[in-house]
Design a protein around this ligand. Structure first.
Ligand SMILES: *[C@@H]1O[C@H](CO)[C@@H](O)[C@H](O)[C@H]1NC(C)=O
Ligand SMILES: *[C@@H]1O[C@H](CO)[C@@H](O)[C@H](O)[C@H]1NC(C)=O
Ligand SMILES: *[C@@H]1O[C@H](CO)[C@@H](O)[C@H](O)[C@H]1NC(C)=O
Ligand SMILES: *[C@@H]1O[C@H](CO)[C@@H](O)[C@H](O)[C@H]1NC(C)=O
Length: 480
């Protein structure tokens, strides 16, 4: 009994020690797991904050305004919590292109290639490029010998809002600054449509985009005339409606003087000088001030464009930079009087004086307008013909032509790069789904309307952003 008691005590102690040791081990293990878990939570939290606060988006999230141009701060209508934002960005930026069905279409699977070949032969054999496409070579001439180096691009980055790299048929974007209104979104959308129209054909390129109308560092008043911010229908619809409007009044019935309506206070000498020519008897011109801000309040009803082809002569004066109004003026079947323009739109290269427009000298403005009006009134057949030719040029300006031009321009540009384009580490892939994911309901309508199905023409166009792309994408071109 005594002996057993003697052995009992050490056994108990040993057992207790063992239990204690085991508990301690368990405790340490638990502590370890707990720390690991906390650490993980912290890391996840970190990651979520990082995603929410650093993801730069096509809509302009987490992007500052361009220092050289101010516009109203954008408000986003999404969750305000860090988690809500992170979820939104994860979904739209990080996952959408992985699972998007349309995304596959940019790939060059054998099946797609076969179709694209079919598509290609149609492009090249059934449509001939307008002769002014030759300007592409002229425009790119400054780089023909020196070629475009990465250094040139890095220099351009200082005034760029975003950079687009097309790599193996996919589109990657690196965002630097927010763009006014919805320009970044629509420009990128236009490029995505290009990839879809020309599957497997768009070469690898690296391009910097500035989204202002005019490539100078100067404060300007913010303007309110871009789609979808104004009530302007997509171009093909709009053209038809203008044409119908223009057919309602034949040349003889049109008012026999020149007409201009717009905002003269946009820092443009041509426009302020025009105000002095407002006298139908003395100068043969009628000038009206259009207040876009007032118009915006009443819903742009008064400025119905199709209603404005009642004059034989329509004056075009550049605004802050080029103005969308040129297209509408040329579409009217009236004689377009162009005050010596300084900025080039891609289709302005198709303009030929006395063939599809009449040039007006800025230095002798009122007299020059008077001369044109008097010439037209005494040569009505010729004047009407020039007006018709202007309208015909605009009629050809459909989406096929715009994308064709974009394709050729980008292809020629890519040949001049003396490096192999690669998406930078900070860039994300952008696809249709990810753009739509960020679009508000109005933009979404416009975007979806302009989707090009493979082998189909765009049902409706959204011309403006592509013009902007063509104009601002290659800033130097404008200075030529
Ligand atoms: C956000 O959008 C919803 C519907 O999409 C709308 O009802 C709501 O008023 C919007 N909120 C803000 C702050 O714009
Ligand atoms: C070209 O397209 C047509 C119709 O889209 C199709 O029927 C035809 O098989 C295609 N041809 C080739 C060579 O892929
Ligand atoms: C190519 O053009 C022909 C003739 O214009 C047309 O019948 C065919 O459908 C076109 N194919 C495609 C794929 O657009
Ligand atoms: C130009 O003249 C017309 C008619 O006299 C007038 O109604 C209009 O307000 C004038 N425009 C400007 C800018 O002064």
């Amino acid at each position: 009994m005594g002996a057993s008691a003697k052995t009992m005590i050490p056994t108990t102690t040993r057992a207790i020690t063992r239990i204690l040791r085991a508990s301690l081990l368990k405790f340490i293990a638990l502590l370890f797991l707990f720390s690991l878990f906390s650490l993980l939570l912290l890391k996840v939290d970190d990651l979520i904050s990082k995603i929410a606060l650093e993801t730069k988006t096509v809509a302009g999230h987490n992007l500052a305004q361009t220092p050289w141009h101010h516009f109203p701060v954008k408000h986003f209508n999404e969750s305000n919590t860090i988690y809500g934002k992170a979820f939104h960005f994860l979904k739209c930026t990080h996952f959408q292109c992985l699972f998007g069905a349309n995304n596959r279409q940019y790939n060059t699977s054998p099946n797609k290639l076969k179709n694209s070949h079919n598509f290609t032969t149609n492009i090249t054999s059934t449509t001939t490029c307008p002769s002014f496409f030759r300007w592409i070579h002229r425009d790119l001439e400054p780089w023909a010998e020196s070629r475009i180096a990465m250094g040139n691009l890095m220099e351009a980055q200082r005034s760029a809002a975003f950079r687009v790299v097309i790599f193996q048929g996919r589109l990657y974007v690196d965002f630097y600054f927010s763009c006014t209104q919805t320009r970044a979104m629509f420009t990128i959308w236009g490029l995505l449509q290009l990839l879809k129209r020309y599957p497997g054909m768009v070469p690898d390129v690296d391009m910097m985009f500035d989204c202002m109308d005019r490539p100078v560092f100067q404060k300007s008043k913010y303007r309110t005339k871009k789609r979808p911010e104004t009530n302007i229908q997509p171009w093909e619809e709009e053209f038809k409606s203008i044409k119908r409007g223009s057919e309602a009044v034949n040349w003889d019935k049109k008012l026999n003087h020149a007409y201009w309506r717009g905002n003269p206070f946009v820092g443009s000498r041509a426009r302020t000088d025009l105000l002095h020519c407002n006298d139908t008897n003395k100068w043969g011109a009628e000038i009206y001030i259009q207040n876009w801000i007032e118009e915006a309040k009443v819903g742009y009803k008064k400025s119905s464009l199709a209603d404005q082809c009642k004059h034989r002569y329509k004056i075009y004066a550049e605004g802050w930079a080029w103005s969308v109004s040129l297209k509408y003026i040329l579409s009217c079947n009236s004689l377009a009087l162009l005050i010596s323009p300084q900025f080039q739109d891609f289709f302005t290269r198709g303009l030929i004086p006395t063939q599809n427009y009449w040039p007006v000298k800025h230095s002798d403005l009122c007299r020059s307008i008077k001369f044109a009006v008097e010439w037209g009134n005494s040569n009505p057949i010729q004047a009407a013909r020039i007006g018709r030719e202007g309208q015909r040029l605009m009629e050809r300006l459909n989406m096929d032509m715009v994308y064709d031009y974009m394709y050729h321009l980008i292809s020629e540009y890519s040949k001049l790069q003396n490096f192999k384009p690669m998406p930078p580490k900070t860039a994300y892939e952008v696809c249709e789904e990810s753009v739509l994911c960020y679009a508000d309901s109005i933009s979404k309508q416009f975007l979806e309307k302009s989707v090009c199905l493979l082998h189909h023409l765009c049902r409706v166009i959204y011309g403006e952003p592509i013009m902007i792309l063509l104009r601002v994408g290659f800033r130097e071109i404008e200075r030529l």
